[in-house]
Design a protein around this ligand. Structure first.
Ligand code: MLT
Length: 382
């Protein structure tokens, strides 16, 4: 399916606990060229002239301008969502189809609500109750939704690359349909990466969230990195912001091959400032003086081998607790994309502690960010 997409990796050996990536090979940046179409029903402060992307499949090639456009647009929609009437007519007459070939609670509901708040018509598909059980292919399913007049397809699949394949087919057909990746295998989950970014930036400056606010912040991403599409999307956005990113996991969940993949990908991008990415096979150096800690679920459904001796040992070594947070900055905040294995990757009491946990605000931010994404893709179609 086109470009190589990271899949299963061989497992790393024990040894060095931390290595840092060095300066990268510069390439020409990817400019945003033409102004985006006007948005007749947009909230007042909405940026409208900086968007030129037709599909959102990955954050790997997002530019600073695109991140900032999403953040500002989401902030405008956050304001709309605080009003008594939370709906705008922006995507009236358009059809958003949620094609979830893999199960989901928050992402699917959040996209559905976002589309409804923009006044789009929504179609919801769940593989288990669809004609796929009768042998229909993924592309034929997508074309069925196309025939019903779908403008934007939000696609989740357990195989990496499926949203890219649907986007390529829509482009081949020349039908102007946009595809939004809502999580594909172990590859990426761009809307989660963007809502995490929005959650962090609005915490620092609610009135004006922007990428540069994270410059120099220390952010630890802890847990099942190997199987996490959330980590892969977050790595790109946080690196682009100039944050110091520390990945921490046992070697079976943070293999050397992953380090090579990241290093290879970083090598062909032109980041400024130079990326600060560190890998640790122990938790403590990642937590030391961290501003934010992102925990990840152990993704047992994607594990093909027994990668951990026991959940109890994992929690002891890598589970985030209030005690372990004492290593971080005093105002540290903790994120988790959900769903959470309580008491495994994060202690139950910490998860529910509003002093530290941003988990509920991530879910809330998700609606505004997904409204922004649908708006940016859809406003040129009316
Ligand atoms: C995902 O779809 O990847 C989730 O948001 C995170 C998870 O499943 O752990």
């Amino acid at each position: 399916m086109g470009k190589r997409i990271w899949g299963q990796g061989e497992l790393g050996a024990r040894g060095k606990t931390c290595f840092k990536f060095s300066p990268l090979v510069p390439l020409s940046p990817c400019p945003l060229v033409s102004p985006a179409p006007s948005a007749p029903h947009s909230p007042k402060s909405m940026p409208t002239n900086t968007w030129n992307r037709h599909h959102i499949l990955s954050l790997a090639d997002f530019t600073t301008t695109e991140y900032d456009t999403v953040l500002q647009t989401a902030a405008s929609f956050q304001e709309v969502l605080s009003r008594r009437t939370k709906k705008v007519p922006t995507l009236q007459g358009q059809v958003v189809a949620n094609l979830f070939f893999e199960s989901s609670t928050r992402t699917r509901s959040s996209f559905e609500l976002a589309a409804k708040r923009l006044s789009a018509d929504t179609l919801n598909f769940a593989a288990a109750t669809s004609s796929m059980t009768k042998g229909e292919t993924i592309l034929d399913t997508a074309k069925t939704y196309l025939a019903m007049g779908t403008d934007i397809m939000v696609v989740r699949h357990r195989e990496a690359g499926v949203p890219n394949a649907i986007a390529a087919e829509m482009d081949r057909l020349g039908v102007g349909v946009s595809v939004l990746n809502a999580g594909d295998g172990q590859h990426e989950h761009p809307s989660q990466g963007l809502l995490d970014l929005f959650t962090l930036c609005t915490l620092i400056d609610p009135a004006s969230p922007r990428l540069e606010l994270l410059k120099g912040k220390k952010i630890a991403i802890v847990g099942d990195i190997l199987h996490s599409r959330v980590a892969r999307s977050n790595i790109w956005s946080l690196i682009a912001s100039g944050a110091e990113v520390h990945l921490a996991a046992p070697p079976t969940l943070l293999p050397k091959l992953f380090a090579e993949y990241i290093s290879e990908e970083l090598g062909v991008r032109n980041y400024s400032p130079t990326p600060q990415l560190f890998l640790h096979w122990q938790l403590e150096p990642a937590l030391q003086n961290a501003d934010f800690v992102m925990t990840l679920r152990l993704q047992k459904e994607r594990m093909t081998a027994h990668l951990l001796p026991s959940l109890r040992e994992y929690h002891q070594l890598f589970g985030i607790t209030r005690t372990k947070l004492q290593l971080c900055k005093p105002n540290v905040k903790v994120l988790h994309p959900g769903p959470v294995n309580r008491g495994v990757e994060i202690s139950s009491e910490l998860m529910d502690d509003p002093e530290f946990s941003l988990i509920q605000s991530q879910v809330t931010s998700g609606v505004a960010v997904r409204m922004a994404l649908l708006y940016l893709l859809g406003s040129g179609k009316t």
